[in-house]
Design a protein around this ligand. Structure first.
Ligand code: PLP
Length: 444
């Protein structure tokens, strides 16, 4: 933390820019998750530059970054190998509107790692990737309805911004203005980790269900593992109903190991039993530039234009800079020891936070999956969305602000994860735990 953070308003330039931003940009931010609404409001921090595990704001304050841009930044900011790839791509022209060799290379890298991908298509965001998997599943099955799980976030397209109805076998209600009830009625939302809820939903609507869509490991109401056998049940029950299984691995792909949930042998003993039909990807596979991708079995992907009747296109899709950054990022992640190091740091961080909270009498549940953790101010486990909601948001907000004032940047929401990168060090964990200890003391 720089000296300027000791003064009463350590971020005057952020405050000034926020005032001006609100005059030109709706809410002053280009994505609502960047605002500080969920942590007491006020000006968000305007960042100016980032390197490794740190970023610097427009007032010159330095922060240790656990946001990782909500997941994509896994090699740290401005990693030299990724940056060089982006510069080279820019120098060769930013967009052609023709196929390029890089797209073939990145598609092959994904296919070599994820066995359920026979064919891939690159798009520009996770939202687009998920949205298109639904269209493809509908085209392939001739059915309309989608089953999803409460609290999983799948981007901002209409069908996935639908909340649960009043019970597991009721149809959904729109979760955002502007979504017709007729669209929400095509979506059934059931609780995560609840096999019986899924059974009831499929019993009631199974013949109409095109796909069961899931974040196989949850990254959007904290980090939450499926209970043993849950993913296997999802795949088995969906197939018994004649529905496809879509994994949304936009956050999870290449986050915990070099691969996805469906290749995470350390966590799932029978990988064949959890293989999806379609997968949506994004975030890390673009190395910090905009990207999304979806893929699956060849006969299902044959539905997509120009081979089949399901239309999907994109002027910017597969743009050379994103593709180059993605390839470079995966090359860094392929280096030996990368994930073991993040996992070791994640273990220290999670254990240290638990010990410190306990020392100060703060009720805290810490979920950890490899180098990603989530902190929940509660005295119960968090295994589904209800449990994640039933936590103390005001305490989280207080903790967030205490940590921010000590130069530790967390995501401004009690539901978001802390992500480690290849750039974080043991010394960074020490600093973080010191700041957390002081923060818990200040909150007492
Ligand atoms: N799916 C998951 C699991 C996500 O976490 C997100 C974004 O956070 C998305 C889809 C949407 O991706 P994007 O923000 O790139 O549109």
């Amino acid at each position: 933390m720089s000296n300027s953070q000791a003064s009463s308003n350590p971020r005057p330039e952020s405050a000034r820019l926020y005032e001006e931003a609100q005059r030109h940009i709706v809410g002053g931010v280009n994505s609502p998750s960047r605002s500080f609404k969920a942590v007491g409001g006020g000006a968000p921090v305007f960042m100016q530059r980032a390197e490794g595990a740190y970023f610097w704001d427009v007032d010159g304050n330095r922060y240790l970054d656990y946001l990782a841009a909500f997941g994509p930044i896994v090699t740290g900011h401005a990693h030299p190998h990724v940056t060089a790839a982006i510069v080279r791509a820019a120098q060769n022209g930013t967009l052609y509107g023709t196929p390029t060799e890089g797209e073939v290379t990145l598609a092959r890298m994904l296919k070599d790692t994820i066995p359920s991908l026979d064919k891939v298509r690159f798009v520009n965001s996770g939202t687009e990737a998920v949205m298109t998997t639904i269209r493809v599943a509908r085209a392939a099955t001739g059915r309309n309805k989608i089953v999803k799980f409460a609290g999983c976030y799948h981007g901002h397209s209409d069908l996935v911004l639908v909340a649960a109805g009043s019970g597991p076998s009721t149809l959904g209600i729109p979760d955002s203005a502007g979504i017709p009830v007729s669209i929400a009625s095509e979506v059934i939302t059931v609780p995560f980790n609840d096999t019986e809820g899924l059974r009831l939903a499929l019993e009631a609507w199974g013949d109409d269900v095109a796909a069961v869509m899931i974040e196989p490991i949850v990254g959007n109401f904290g980090m939450v593992m499926p209970k043993p056998g849950f993913l296997e049940d999802v795949c088995r029950m969906a197939r018994a109903a004649g529905a496809l299984v879509i994994y949304d691995e936009v956050i999870t792909a290449f986050r915990f190991h070099y691969g996805t949930t469906q290749t995470y042998a350390a966590a799932f003993p029978d990988l064949a039993a959890i293989e999806p039909d379609l997968t949506a990807l994004g975030k890390i596979i673009g190395g910090g530039l905009p990207i999304g991708a979806y893929g699956g079995r060849a006969e299902i992907m044959a539905q997509v234009a120009p081979l089949g009747p399901a239309y999907q296109a994109g002027t910017m899709a597969g743009n050379p800079a994103s593709i180059a950054a993605g390839i470079a990022c995966l090359e860094v992640l392929r280096e030996p020891g990368v994930y073991a190091r993040m996992e070791a740091l994640g273990t220290r961080l999670a254990d240290g936070l638990r010990e410190s909270a306990e020392r100060h009498g703060v009720a805290l549940t810490v979920n950890r999956i490899a180098g990603a953790i989530s902190t929940h101010f509660c005295d119960h486990p968090v295994t589904n969305y209800d449990e994640a909601q039933n936590t103390d948001g005001e305490r989280f907000a207080a903790f967030f602000r205490e940590m921010l004032s000590r130069g530790i940047y967390l995501a401004p929401s009690k539901y978001e994860a802390w992500f480690l990168t290849t750039a974080h060090t043991d010394a960074d964990i020490d600093r973080t735990l010191e700041a957390a200890d002081e923060s818990f003391r200040a909150m007492r």
